[in-house]
Structure formats: C-alpha cells, structure tokens
Design a protein around this ligand. Structure first.
Ligand code: NAD
Length: 401
C-alpha cells in the first residue's frame, strides 16, 4: 500500500522523527551524488546530514565556487571528504553512488537526466522537471520505462500546514465534499542565482512554471480530478523591469491571477504576487460543511519568526479558532520549514523499497501543464482548454492515465 503524505499529522511527524534513531544506523547509509550545488543543492546537503540516512558521496557542478560553498556547508556536519567530479559522465557512473540528485537550473534538467538514466540508478530531479511540456513529456516517458524511481522535487506537500490541511480534508473528511480551492502566495522578488537563470523565461520556463508548479501540484492533489480549463492574467509590474544580465533583458512575470475549472466541478484559483516584503502563502478549501485555512508567514529577517497555522471553521471542530503548528526548530531551519527534510525522508524510503507518494514525474508534468496553460492564457488573453493545450503539445494521453 502506498503511504500517503497526509496519513500522519504534522504533530505525528514531529513526534516520530524525535524518536527515529534507527536512521542513524550506518548500515542504512546511502551514498548521494549532488549535481548542482547552489542554493537548493546545499539545502539537500543539510537535510541529508540532519536525517543521517544518506551521506554526501560526491558533487558535480560546473562552478567551482558552488562546490566550495557546498563543501563548507557539509563540513558543518561532517569531516568526510567528498568526491569532486570533473565530468557529468564520471559522476553518474561512479559505482559507489546509490542515488543521483539533480539540483541544477530548470533548463538543464532534461539533458542531465538523459545522461543520468544511463547509470540505471534512482534519480531525484528538482522542480520544475523541465522548462517545456515537450521535455517534460520525454522525462515522463523515460520514467515509465525506467527500472528505478524518478522523484520530482515538489516538496510543498510536506509543509506542516499542508500535511494537516490534507489530513483534515482527505483522511478525516472534515469539510465534506470539496467545492472550491483558493491558493495564494505573496513574497519578495526572485533571489539571485548563479548566472541569473531565474530572470529569463527561456531558462526557467516562466514564473508560473518555475515557482508556482508547487502550488498547482497542491491544487491538483486537493482537486483529485483532471483540470478542464484555465484562465489567467498577469505580467510584469515592479520586479527586474530594468534588469539585464550579459546584455540580455529580464522578461519574467512578477504577478498573476489564475482560475482553474476541474472536471469534477471543483473550482480553484491561484494568486501570485512577488513584490511583497514578507513571505505569506495560504490555502483555503471550502466544502459542504465549512472552510479550512492553512497558512504560513515567513521572513528573510531572521529576527522574525516563521508561523504556520491551520483553521477549520466547521461547527464543533477543535481548530475552529485556528491553531499554530510546525516541526521541531532544527528541522524547520534546515530549509523550506521542514518540507525538504520530509521530502528527503521520502527519498530514503523509496531507496529502501517503501511505497510512498513522493512527487512523481506524472504529477510534475500535470503541474507544468496547468502552469503553462496559465502562461499561454496570459499571452493570448483567452480561456485555455486543457485538452486542447495538452493535444497541441502532444501529451493528451496524460489526461487519460
Ligand atoms: N523545491 C524547491 O523548493 C526549490 C527551491 C529552490 C530551487 N529549486 C530548483 O532547484 C534548481 C536549482 O536552483 P538553485 O536555487 O539551487 O539555483 P542556483 O543557481 O543557486 O544553483 C544552481 C547550481 O547548478 C550549477 N549548474 C548550472 N548548470 C550546470 C550543469 N550543466 N551541470 C552542473 N552544474 C550546473 C550552477 O553552477 C549552480 O551552482 C532549479 O531547478 C530550481 O527551480 C527548487
């Protein structure tokens, strides 16, 4: 039986991890290869070190400074030396490596994954799995015929507030039949990246694909039906309007509003705003019995505390007035408020042949499908039929799988 990410509450997860000393057993150690040791590569190094079930065996990155920074990060936890590879091929074919983590910019995922599968090893690829639906579909096809698993880095499902929201809706049926889903993110502009790949649609896949695939994945998971049509508006209002890198002007959007109709009648929307001072994200789900709100407030200012909460406005519910939730502080601090830690735990579970519902290439492609339909809707100012959009990109089969 596949273990659902919302079977446990965030409190159950916290309690279990506090006791989970079995994971420190050196016989269970898996050798990890990190390809791309920038911001998220270093986060994977941190969560792997914290969980202690995998050790960083080697790093491959085309930028020496990134490898130096990653080694420095690792040395906070361990004195072990890592292998520094000089070619992708040598890295992927190292017999000692048990699993390959691809943490490079979006536009490189398809090419690096095509090389990585030659190794026959399990693979983790960061989100979005590609920048185009064509490349995403090829990765899905590859994964369908691959003997090992390919996990996609959409870890927001493991954030404490979404674990508990899904637990309420799916395990406890607290809202009755779900009717509407509303998701929003307010945050500061995109961060600096090595070679500034996230300032350009060509390298990132576009803002809604790059950043918001996380939220479309959550909405898809909550709706549990294929999306039928999408309408969106959005654009560039404040961020990077005059930003240039190597003579090229940034072209990414910084805000948008998306409406999605699902085939089972559920209606959803998503709001993005990237010129806020603080991070705030919220999921509101309404059903026959009432409303659930799951939210997270965070800051780049370390003096401001991160707060996650859940509220279930259903008569007699213990969380009618809302309650704060979260994971142990060391786990939250390791990155994405603990979501990456639990994503990594799911990766280790898969390595140990346990069936868990970590994000799959199909879910990765479905999130990209909604995001890219929204981006097209912004450009063409019309409702995009998902069936038509999938067909024009040659991936209509995914809607019937
Ligand atoms: N799951 C999440 O929440 C999350 C968060 C941040 C980033 N990401 C994803 O992780 C990926 C990396 O993002 P980041 O923020 O770490 O970017 P980054 O720019 O900080 O790091 C990327 C690293 O990849 C290296 N690189 C580039 N091309 C390479 C190649 N061909 N071979 C080997 N190394 C190469 C760069 O030198 C750099 O060190 C992106 O796909 C991004 O969307 C996911």
């Amino acid at each position: 039986m596949v273990r659902k990410f919302y079977e446990e509450t965030s409190a159950d997860r916290s309690a279990r991890v506090a006791k989970q000393i079995g994971y420190q057993d050196p016989r269970k150690m898996h050798n990890l290869l990190i390809i791309g040791s920038g911001l998220i590569g270093r986060e994977h190094i941190r969560v792997a070190s914290l969980l202690g079930a995998g050790r960083i065996h080697g790093i491959y990155d085309t930028n020496q400074q990134s490898i130096d920074l990653a080694e420095a990060e690792l040395q906070k936890f361990s004195n072990e030396k890592v292998v520094r590879y000089t070619s992708l091929h040598n890295a992927c074919t190292d017999q000692a490596v048990d699993v390959i983590l691809i943490c490079t910019p979006n536009y490189t995922h398809h090419q690096i994954l095509s090389e990585a599968v030659k190794s026959g090893k399990p693979i983790f690829v960061e989100k979005p799995m590609a920048t185009s639906l064509k490349d995403g579909a090829e990765i899905l096809q590859l994964s369908d015929s691959y003997s090992k698993f390919i996990q996609v880095g959409m870890q927001y499902r493991y954030k404490a507030q979404y674990v508990d929201a899904f637990h309420e809706v799916k395990s406890l049926n607290s809202l009755g039949s779900v009717k509407t889903i509303s998701m929003s993110e307010y945050r500061p502009p995109f961060l600096d990246k090595v070679e500034q790949w996230n300032k350009f649609n060509e390298y990132s896949g576009g803002t809604l694909v790059e950043k918001c695939c996380h939220y479309f994945d959550l909405i898809n998971l909550m709706a549990e039906a294929p999306p039928r049509d999408v309408f969106a508006c959005g654009g560039r209002a404040v961020n990077f309007l005059n930003f240039e890198y190597k003579g090229r002007k940034s072209d990414i959007d910084d805000h948008g509003f998306v409406i999605i109709n699902y085939c089972n009648g559920i209606r959803a929307n998503f709001t993005l705003n990237m010129f806020a001072n603080e991070f705030y994200e919220e999921l509101v789900v309404t059903g026959e019995k009432g409303r659930l709100v799951a939210s997270e407030k965070a800051s780049t200012d370390k003096n401001r505390q991160t707060k996650a909460s859940i509220m279930v406005e259903v008569k007699g519910h213990q969380y009618y007035e809302g309650t704060e939730i979260g994971y142990p502080a060391n786990i939250e601090k390791s990155g994405h408020h603990g979501a990456t830690f639990f994503e990594h735990e799911a990766l280790i579970d898969q390595l140990q042949q346990k069936e868990v519902d970590a994000a799959s290439p199909k879910q990765g492609l479905m999130a990209m499908l909604v995001a890219s339909a929204a981006q097209r809707s912004i450009l063409e100012n019309k409702v995009i039929s998902i069936a038509e959009h999938a067909k024009r990109n040659g991936i209509e089969a995914i809607l019937h799988q």
